[in-house]
Ligand binder design. Structure first.
Ligand SMILES: [Zn+2]
Length: 840
């Protein structure tokens, strides 16, 4: 077991998934008619029985079955036993004759604890066990024997035996004929990656809308929290169903619609037909900002969009999976803004997602939205990033604007109708759009979908021109239809449409006015502020009534900072003016953490910068309406920037908090984490806080707080989780990693850069699945500027001992450090002073 940096790195075999050519051969050979799956979840806490009966039609030929069991009891093909010892690396070779066959696999499968397969976990609050299935993207064979590729769809019938106090929900409606026995109806044809099962003593809430049975579920220990939000969740689900039915004109075909909030889920959610799974921190156990509620609402709508786009019609191969995500991301925000109470969803999206996409698109690892040409299923997973979601969504939004909504939607309907319960490609969709009256997809696809990287658009004030610069590594000649926002000092913004084509586009800009390029996100480009605009912005934020313009201003400034064109102190000046006047808590929720990570530590005097932000956050919290989420957002900012332990200790006890605010569990943990960073708490106090309320939230935040303390013991605590010496669930792992590295503790953390670099190969080997690459990113020494750290970290990008997904994350993480060093180099006096310490 690797325990420290001295352990030899275990070489990891290259991770290889299903190859496209293998999938094509198998799809040409066989059709799966039906899966009948019997699972026994009641006999053990470590494994479960899995009996799969597959009916298929085949040509004569050689192929293989996917199966990742703990043990195989027997395999029969048309009644004759097969040699189970031929199972190698999850594949069982099959020799098929032409015609109908029945394959029966009786196996024992492992309950997993990495968020994939059938994940089983224990609720720390009450010791109850919960199970859910996550088949995406290659985990189905660790639940049942199958032909695991997206284009071999078949209906499923599940029979489940479970402990008697459990409920079982799957992709199709079910009954519970006797205690512990669950029979699910035959489902519609599904890809293997959609198959799920949610089983355990879950708390259920039910409703109905337009003939569709609706359900919500969560752990018993958060039942009251689910009940409190059930009305909001059901209401938006109903509103979204009505809107999707109107937009697509195709009835939801998967029976019931259940939304299960499940523990330790890796992603935000998974769109399994009829039974969507969500990470259960989305059941709010404390008061949250509106931004966080919008995030949940757009996730709900995103997964609903997938029921049509992705679940009815599914990509033929993983290289088109971007289209699923881009489409669901676009529709999720659009429908949330159009029909739910969250009509400001596009503002939240601008604050939360724009930079995620733009930064990803400027990394060395950038890739085209479409046609990444991925031949390997597992490699394709690494492209689930800001490009596939935020950029792809932006491109589809542009397309809808250019085609007109009628043509856009008519093409989508045609696509979903032609390929109902089947599979299709991007080109099939383009054909549908062409049939609907659109044209010119060659140009559109070439400009936006198959060429990586964003253009930079800047204002040359002297020439009176917008200057468009395509990325040097990815030459392109894109035109941009966008709007400029211009405003005189202290005045109102006005908008001017511009068509940017060619390298230079003349624009009329009134002398002395601030100019924001594309704040309404009509196009996809990096638009930095010029010097005059940057100087005017702090004076303009108070009179900027359009929240998209404020979000656009921040995206512009963040882009400038990313390119070391905007000084950290200019960012802090803007933040100080803006924080008290921001009217959307989305701005605070997503901008303040960025400020504290990026600009504040590199400011002339980081402690003073943090203190300035703390002062304005505090007075804003007093000024905002008591009990408002805006007040909560400013208090969260005040906690994160606090340097006075007495103030924090008072708040912990509910003393001197702004009116209308309670120190609920989440706020108390925010305070404990801040006290930990400041070195103003100890392990004993944190352990006592966990023991007093041992919930899932507490466990994660306790880990974050302990790892945040400025002590060797705290950093060793974090590293034990990194190396796998202490095995913890995914959320605690993330909290240990991101808690460990603190700006104000750089001297203490110096030796840990080497520990990270030398221990990474063993750490990667100690973790599996999605978590493996996450652990490399979460524990990366993000705050350690300087040549020494770079010399240790940069070579990891090409270290062949590391799995490819880990190296990909390192490419991005090292790029971020280089950007940071560039800011320090461009503003050297500031960076030199910043190294003396500052805000954590
Ligand atoms: Zn999605």
């Amino acid at each position: 077991m690797p325990t420290s940096e001295d352990s030899p790195a275990t070489p990891t075999p290259p991770v290889r998934g299903l190859q496209r050519s293998e999938a094509q051969q198998r799809a040409a050979l066989l059709r799966v008619q039906e899966y009948d799956v019997t699972l026994d979840l009641a006999s053990s806490e470590e494994t479960f029985g899995s009996l799969t009966r597959i009916t298929l039609d085949s040509q004569a030929g050689e192929t293989f079955l996917d199966l990742k069991p703990t043990a195989v009891r027997s395999i029969h093909l048309d009644g004759a036993p097969l040699d189970v010892d031929t199972l190698r690396a999850g594949r069982l070779p099959l020799s098929l004759t032409e015609g109908r066959h029945e394959l029966v696999v009786d196996a024992v499968m492992p309950f997993r604890n990495d968020g994939e397969g059938l994940h089983r976990s224990v609720d720390p609050a009450d010791g109850r066990h919960y199970v859910y299935g996550m088949s995406f993207m290659d985990a189905a064979p660790s639940i049942f024997a199958c032909f695991d590729q997206p284009d071999l769809k078949a209906p499923y019938t599940f029979h489940v035996r479970a402990p008697e106090d459990w409920v079982v929900i799957g992709n199709a409606p079910g009954t519970n004929p006797e205690p512990g026995v669950w029979e699910l109806e035959r489902s519609q044809p599904l890809s293997t990656y959609f198959v799920t099962l949610v089983a355990g003593p879950y708390h259920l809430v039910r409703d109905e809308h337009d003939g569709i049975a609706l359900g919500l579920s969560a752990r018993q220990s958060i039942a009251a929290d689910l009940e409190r939000d059930a009305d909001e969740l059901f209401t938006m689900t109903k509103q979204c169903f009505d809107e999707f039915h109107r937009l697509f004109d195709i009835r939801y075909p998967f029976g019931d619609y259940h939304q299960a909030f499940v523990p330790e889920f890796n992603a935000g959610a998974m769109e399994n037909p009829g039974c969507v799974t969500f990470r259960d921190p989305l059941v709010f156990t404390s008061k949250v900002t509106r931004a966080v509620r919008i995030q949940r609402a757009t996730t709900v709508a995103h997964e609903m969009a997938h029921q049509w786009f992705g679940n009815i019609t599914t990509p033929l191969w993983w290289d088109d999976l971007w289209l699923n995500e881009s489409f669901a991301e676009y529709m999720g925000v659009r429908v949330t803004a159009d029909v739910t109470e969250y009509d400001d969803a596009w503002v939240q999206n601008s604050f939360a997602r724009r930079q995620w996409g733009l930064v990803a698109d400027q990394r060395p690892s950038t890739h085209p939205v479409a046609g990444n040409g991925e031949e390997d299923a597992l490699a394709a997973l690494q492209n689930f990033d800001g490009i596939s979601y935020a950029k792809g969504s932006s491109i589809l939004k542009q397309l809808a604007a250019r085609l007109g909504d009628d043509v856009f939607l008519a093409g989508v309907r045609d696509h979903l109708t032609r390929h109902r319960f089947g599979n299709a490609t991007m080109h099939d969709l383009f054909d549908s759009w062409t049939r609907a009256g659109a044209g010119g997809f060659g140009r559109f696809s070439g400009d936006w979908l198959v060429t990586a990287g964003p253009d930079r658009i800047r204002l040359d004030r002297i020439a009176g021109e917008l200057v468009r610069t395509p990325p040097a590594e990815h030459p392109a000649d894109r035109s941009h239809a966008l709007r400029l926002a211009t405003a005189p000092a202290g005045g109102d913004w006005s908008e001017t449409p511009v068509e940017v084509a060619g390298e230079r586009t003349p624009v009329e800009v009134p002398t002395g006015q601030a100019v924001l390029i594309d704040p309404w996100e009509d196009t996809w480009a990096v638009c930095e502020p010029d010097e005059l605009t940057l100087a005017l912005l702090p004076g303009l934020v108070a009179t900027t009534t359009d929240p998209m313009v404020r979000a656009g201003a921040w995206n512009s400034v963040r882009s400038g900072f990313h390119h070391a064109e905007v000084a950290p102190d200019a960012v802090v000046d803007l933040a100080e003016a803006w924080l008290p006047v921001e009217t959307q808590d989305s701005g605070l929720t997503y901008t303040v953490p960025w400020l504290l990570r990026s600009a504040v530590p590199l400011a002339g005097d980081p402690a003073e910068a943090a203190s300035r932000l703390h002062r304005v956050a505090l007075s804003a919290a007093q000024a905002h309406e008591p009990g408002s989420t805006l007040q909560l957002g400013t208090v969260q900012a005040a906690v994160a920037t606090a340097a006075d332990p007495a103030l924090l200790r008072g708040w912990l006890l509910g003393r001197d908090l702004p009116d209308g605010l309670e120190p609920d569990l989440e706020l108390r943990w925010r305070i404990w984490v801040r006290l930990a960073v400041l070195g103003e708490t100890d392990r004993e106090e944190l352990d006592a806080a966990l023991a007093a309320e041992p919930t899932a939230v507490s466990r994660v935040e306790h880990t974050r707080a302990v790892a945040s303390m400025p002590t060797v013991a705290a950093k060793e605590f974090a590293l034990e989780r990194f190396t796998g010496a202490v095995s913890v669930p995914n959320y605690e792992l993330e909290a240990a990693g991101t808690g460990m590295w603190r700006e104000s503790q750089r001297a203490l953390l110096e030796p840990y850069v080497e520990r990270y670099a030398h221990g990474l190969a063993a750490a990667a080997a100690a973790h599996s699945g999605w978590v493996q690459a996450d652990v490399a990113e979460d524990f990366f020494p993000t705050c350690m500027v300087g040549d020494e750290a770079m010399a240790l970290l940069a070579p990891l990008r090409t270290d062949e001992r590391l799995p490819a997904p880990v190296r990909r994350r390192l490419v991005d993480a090292v790029d971020q450090l280089e950007r940071r060093n560039a800011v320090a180099a461009r503003f050297p006096a500031l960076a030199a002073r910043a190294s003396l310490g500052g805000a954590g």
